[in-house]
Design a protein around this ligand. Structure first.
Ligand SMILES: Nc1ncnc2c1ncn2[C@@H]1O[C@H](COP(=O)(O)OP(=O)(O)OP(=O)(O)O)[C@@H](O)[C@H]1O
Ligand SMILES: [Mg+2]
Length: 479
């Protein structure tokens, strides 16, 4: 869930991008300035301390007699360095001052000095003489020459105003650099934000068009970043939407034509039955014809039942309501059974059924449904062939089992070939109502069943020469 606060946020994407980019630059620059100034100041202070310690060391290495100290004092004063010598009690012994100045130092620090340690500190209030300015102080102990006993310490101090001055200069320079980079950053972030927002807006407009039903939009993109990937997925989504919309339209049309076709198919037998019943009602059918009429009515009724059953079968297969029980079936067994069942039809049809060697062929399929497929194809071949041949052959391949049923019949044209799988399609409408009871459902059912088996069916046909149906049933999957 998106927090309420965020959903209410009205900051346009452009400014989000812009501010984000700018914030990064400003934070980066501020951190850089602070760390540079801090580091610079620390380095300068260390240098001052080191300088003072080296002076202090040269002082304690001397004999500390007043004449020499005066000379040192003069030299150091010229460099703005104050210089004091204290005895072991912390009382000043050089220079001679009117008042007895004591070192501003705590007992702990005295102890440190006694043990030979050196001390440095920075006070920002006053120097040793009480002048209010920032100062660096160093304390260095000195020892008796003969017995190396602690004898006192020297203190050197120097104002660090020059360091502060340097830091101010550095800050000034950095601030200028900061200003220039902020201006450049603003310009850059404007360009970037504008570029990104333009890309997002392009997608937004396209999405808007899709929402209004335009499913042909495809946006150009390079596989560079997330927006490109989003564009690619958007294109895919539009394509999928288009496909499903086409499918919906197709289904609607199919539904419409199904109703029309079903009504049309049923009207003929119903009209025949109705006509005969009327004749019987008004006793206009001669006694000798009555039995024939009843037989005709029964035939038409059977046709209606078959139509309804096949339609239901088709719908059940289509909506996956049937379950296949697949086994490895010896094809010769099933073909023998069909030949036996169709013996009469074959005999009457003047055609010859040639079954090629099927001995080692097995098909991984549902027995009844495979039989239904083969019966439909063989019946069609019989139906559309006059004094010709119907060939059944098969072979096992690497992919599975290939079954071929070909005839030397009337064949169909290329345009007819595109439609033969449609429900109620009959290439030649005048040939309806043959003794096989055509309704144009056979191949539609075959196609659904083949698909359900995960198999494929293809057809080749030539007018006047014949038709060949080829199926490829996949092998039993290895577990
Ligand atoms: N072997 C074939 N030779 C020539 N035309 C064929 C062949 N098989 C099918 N057709 C054409 O395809 C049409 C559709 O076939 P399909 O089996 O679906 O319907 P049908 O045979 O007309 O009716 P049904 O099978 O429902 O009794 C046929 O009407 C016919 O025009
Ligand atoms: Mg048929």
């Amino acid at each position: 869930m998106i927090p309420k606060k965020l959903t209410k946020m009205k900051l346009p994407y452009f400014f989000q991008q812009f501010l984000g980019f700018l914030a990064v630059i400003i934070i980066l620059m501020t951190v850089t300035i602070f760390s540079l100034v801090h580091f610079g100041r620390r380095t300068a202070l260390n240098a001052t301390e080191n300088r003072l310690f080296s002076y202090a060391e040269s002082v304690v290495n001397e004999d500390l007699n007043p004449a020499q100290l005066d000379t040192i004092n003069r030299v150091l004063t010229a460099q703005e360095v104050s210089f004091f010598v204290f005895d072991e009690e912390g009382d000043i012994i050089y220079p001679e001052l009117p008042l007895n100045l004591r070192a501003n130092i705590v007992p702990d620090q005295i102890k440190q000095l006694q043990s030979g340690e050196r001390i440095s500190l920075t006070t920002n209030r006053e120097d040793l003489l009480g002048n209010p300015r920032e100062t660096t102080l160093v304390y260095l102990p000195y020892f008796q020459k003969n017995n190396k006993e602690y004898a006192g310490f020297v203190t050197l101090s120097a104002p660090i105003s020059h360091v502060n001055q340097q830091m101010e200069d550095l800050k000034g320079n950095l601030f200028n650099a900061f200003l220039i980079s902020t201006i450049v950053a603003i310009l850059l972030s404007l360009v970037f934000a504008h570029y990104q927002v333009k890309r997002v807006n392009r997608l937004r407009k396209a999405a808007h068009k899709v929402a209004e039903g335009e499913y042909t939009i495809q946006l150009e993109h390079k596989e560079r970043d997330e927006i490109d990937y989003l564009t690619r997925d958007f294109n895919r989504m539009v394509m999928a939407l288009k496909e499903s919309q086409d499918e919906v339209i197709k289904q609607e049309e199919r539904g419409k034509s199904f109703m029309q076709d079903a009504a049309h198919e049923m009207r003929t037998p119903l009209t025949t039955i109705n006509g005969l019943l009327e004749g019987l009602e008004h006793d206009v059918i001669p006694e000798t014809q009555k039995l024939r009429s009843i037989k005709l009515m029964r035939k038409e009724t059977r046709r209606l039942i078959r139509l309804v059953n096949e339609n239901m079968d088709y719908e059940n297969i289509r909506s996956n309501r049937i379950v296949l029980t697949k086994h490895a079936i010896p094809l010769s067994e099933i073909v023998d059974e069909i030949s036996e069942q169709m013996k009469e039809i074959i005999k009457e049809s003047s055609n010859e059924l040639i079954v090629h060697d099927l001995d080692n062929v097995t098909v991984y399929a549902d027995y009844d449904r495979l039989k239904q497929i083969l019966v439909n194809l063989i019946k069609n071949a019989m139906q559309f062939t006059q004094s010709g041949e119907i060939d059944i052959s098969s072979r096992n391949t690497i992919e599975g089992t290939e079954i071929t049923i070909s005839d030397t019949g009337i064949g169909v044209t290329e345009t007819q070939l595109e439609n033969i799988w449609e429900r109620y399609y009959k290439a030649d409408a005048s040939r309806t109502k043959t003794r096989f009871g055509e309704s144009g459902l056979g191949l539609a059912i075959v196609q659904q069943l083949v698909e359900l088996h995960g198999a494929e069916i293809t057809v080749k046909s030539e007018i006047g020469k014949g038709t060949t149906f080829k199926m490829m049933f996949p092998k039993k999957p290895k577990n």
